[in-house]
Write a protein that binds this ligand. Structure first.
Ligand SMILES: [Zn+2]
Length: 338
């Protein structure tokens, strides 16, 4: 069953991390971590509505400037989430440039930045027309583990320990709407914005007996179905997929408890494998995971698929060793627990 959300690591596992989520049939995307994002096309960067930063070590945040560069001059509102300190980090980045001309721009960029604390979510806004100065006092709202809740998906976070607060993230679709291409062809329907409206109606739990009209550009006249009949003809509804992202975490029980809660039964876990287990001492000193630990976590969380990344450069040209150590551990621990 092809998924409607496609997560992909922007780089090879040695380069600065970024995980890009594109949505099928939508001009919409999410980004987790903004490391080296030069391989993302401007078209993809302009689709991003939400950015989630695990922590602001340089290798996870250096791409913020490139995002800003491409968004500037566009009518765009972007939500950015990060751990304690992210407001000061964003303000520091914004203070590094001169904004004397931006108040006259025709298209205005607004950044809504939220700092994730155990006690709540603290948000500040920065508008291009106000030279990206903080708008007013920050606002607070309770944090129940969820950062974004939309009709079709939610993104949750856990505050983890990397000798500083570091966020892990999980993306979860409410349910999965898969469009049957052959059925579209049989009805002589082409892909278009109506597909998003169709999915939005399903996620909004609209009345299945209500009419749903499609106006294909090439058709002589619009075609009307009931929402339920159209759903039966062109869609398969299945449980939503869950994708988890964990990087830069110390291997200790308090972190494990939170990671397992976040990644439990994920369809796909992206997790760092910075060191080989023979160098577990160095991993512990630096607050990172070994490949074996990544495999153990994947097995304990009962995930379906494991992808490792963020390898230390000391293993240049040895990605196969890190990959094998993680996947072998995952497989062995998974089969021994069945
Ligand atoms: Zn780090």
């Amino acid at each position: 069953m092809p998924p409607t959300v496609h997560p992909r690591l922007v780089n090879n596992p040695y380069d600065d991390p970024a995980l890009f989520f594109s949505f099928q049939y939508e001009k919409r995307a999410l980004l987790i971590d903004a490391g080296d994002i030069r391989a993302l096309s401007p078209k993809d960067i302009l689709k991003i509505s939400h950015v989630f930063i695990s922590h602001t070590h340089m290798d996870h945040f250096i791409g913020f400037d490139w995002l800003l560069r491409l968004w500037l001059g566009r009518s765009k509102r972007v939500n950015l989430f990060g751990p304690a300190g992210i407001l000061a980090n964003v303000e520091g980045k914004l203070a590094g440039y001169t904004w004397n001309l931006t108040s006259k721009y025709q298209h205005m960029l607004t950044l809504h930045v939220t700092e994730v604390h155990a006690q709540g979510l603290e948000t500040q806004s920065y508008r291009c027309q106000h030279q990206f100065r903080p708008q007013s006092e920050t606002t607070w709202q309770p944090f129940d583990g969820t950062l974004v809740r939309e009709p079709s998906f939610a993104v949750s976070a856990e505050i983890l320990d990397h000798f500083l607060p570091c966020l892990g993230f999980a993306f979860k679709e409410v349910f999965h709407v898969n469009i049957k291409k052959a059925a579209l062809d049989a009805l002589d329907l082409t892909v278009g914005p109506w597909l998003k409206q169709f999915k939005d109606a399903l996620y909004a739990q609209a009345d299945l007996g209500a009419p749903f009209t499609i106006s294909p550009p090439h058709a002589a006249s619009p075609i009307t179905f009931t929402l339920g009949a159209l759903c039966q003809r062109i869609a398969n509804i299945t449980p939503g997929q869950k994708i988890a992202y964990i990087t830069d975490v110390a291997y200790h029980p308090a972190n494990m408890k939170r990671i397992l809660r976040l990644a439990h039964q994920a369809d796909h876990l992206f997790i760092e494998a910075a060191f080989l287990d023979r160098d577990a001492g160095i991993a512990a000193e630096k607050g990172h995971l070994t490949a074996r630990q990544a495999g153990l976590i994947a097995a304990q969380a009962k995930v379906k698929r494991l992808t490792v990344f963020h390898h230390s450069p000391r293993y240049a040209h040895q990605a196969h060793l890190l990959e094998a150590e993680a996947q072998d551990t995952f497989r062995e621990m998974t089969s021994s627990s069945i």
